[in-house]
Write a protein that binds this ligand. Structure first.
Ligand code: FES
Length: 357
């Protein structure tokens, strides 16, 4: 689909911690359908800061049935958007927002009795708390365990909200905090969620790990790698592990060099691009399919341009493409022919991609 941004008014800025603020949007009745979302999904925000267009993706931290639209933005050192939110954004201001998207989710069913476990670190809690809230309220027979890593208790986003959920859903929600810069009585909880701690937490705190229906991982890169390795080494099936990345890792020099060669070889090839029901031929510009489409005047959607957010997802209808990275796609999506166009280079003439698929 072409990118459709809607100007949404900021209803409230909620200070979650010294570093993190949630933005609550006013949602006009006529946009509620377009902004319906699934737990774990995110919004793409767009605004002008200092004369430059800036786009960022932020996860919704509420459940779909809450009737609210809130995203949480944690300050990043030198971060243009996150510091603008913390310093300048105020209620009554307007931001362009793209309807929710993302595949860090699962199908909730009130009749299911499922077992969920999540590893979250820092602001990685935002999509995870949406999943927790949804499973606890929509699936009365399901249980959720959260391993949540932070530096210190002051920096824990949703500290009170999580404690309240634990009280309210006693026996169905287990919450374990891991703090790297504070020391408590239990050794296991002192330190980061590194590989050894992830292994120990699963071993000690998850009864019957084999019966966990879905594992969710979101947080800093090393924590995500550690949690994923702990699960794959236990032979947890890939389709039960859901990973949401906020930041892409840097490609290796070899991968970057390989991509540069492919881009050069593909320069000038013609690609057929379908967007909003119309198909057009565009010329590959030597960078990626997304930029080629946009240079040709097609409003193909994007946010991160780093292979993480999947805003630029399209399906290959014909031909072969090479993707530099595809963090934002599940294995199933890749197998079904989906690509991240910001990362894709056509391998030969006649490639056709469809943003509507
Ligand atoms: S724009 Fe984010 S993955 Fe392509």
């Amino acid at each position: 689909m072409a990118e459709h941004f809607y100007p949404l008014k900021v209803a409230e800025i909620v200070a979650e911690t010294d570093e993190a603020n949630s933005i609550r949007f006013e949602m006009p009745a006529e946009l509620r359908d377009a902004f319906r979302f699934r737990a774990g999904q995110h919004l793409t925000l767009r605004t002008d800061i200092g004369g430059e267009e800036v786009r960022r993706n932020y996860s919704l931290c509420v459940a779909p049935d809450d009737g609210q639209w809130l995203v949480t933005v944690k300050r990043v050192a030198g971060g243009v958007f996150s510091n603008w939110v913390g310093d300048a954004l105020k209620p009554g201001d307007t931001i362009d927002v793209m309807p929710p998207h993302g595949s860090f989710t699962t199908a909730f069913d009130p009749a299911s009795k499922r077992r969920y476990v999540a590893f979250a670190g820092g602001s990685g809690i935002t999509p995870v708390i949406s999943l927790i809230r949804t499973s606890l309220s929509c699936e009365p027979g399901s249980r959720f365990t959260l391993f949540y890593g932070n530096r210190e208790s002051n920096s824990v986003i949703f500290l009170e909200a999580l404690a309240a959920l634990k009280d309210r859903y006693m026996g169905r929600f287990e919450l374990y905090h891991f703090l790297s810069d504070e020391e408590g009585e239990v050794d296991l909880f002192n330190g980061m969620l590194d590989r050894a701690t992830c292994d120990a937490a699963i071993g000690a705190l998850v009864d019957e790990p084999d019966k966990v229906d879905a594992w969710f991982i979101c947080g800093p890169g090393p924590m995500m790698d550690a949690a994923e390795a702990a699960l794959t080494d236990r032979y947890v099936a890939h389709d039960r592990i859901h990973i949401e990345r906020f930041i892409a890792g840097k490609p290796s020099a070899a991968a970057a060099a390989r991509q540069a060669v492919l881009q050069q070889e593909a320069a000038g090839l013609s690609i057929s691009v379908t967007l909003d029901g119309r198909t057009r031929k565009v010329q590959f510009d030597g960078r990626n399919i997304l930029d080629s489409a946009r240079d040709a005047g097609l409003p193909a959607p994007f946010a991160c341009k780093a292979g993480v957010c999947a805003t630029c997802r399209a399906k290959v209808l014909r031909g072969k493409v090479d993707m530099a990275v595809h963090y934002g796609l599940s294995d199933e999506e890749v197998a079904a022919g989906y690509i991240l166009t910001c990362q894709s280079v056509p391998c030969g003439e006649g490639v056709a991609v469809d943003y509507d698929a």
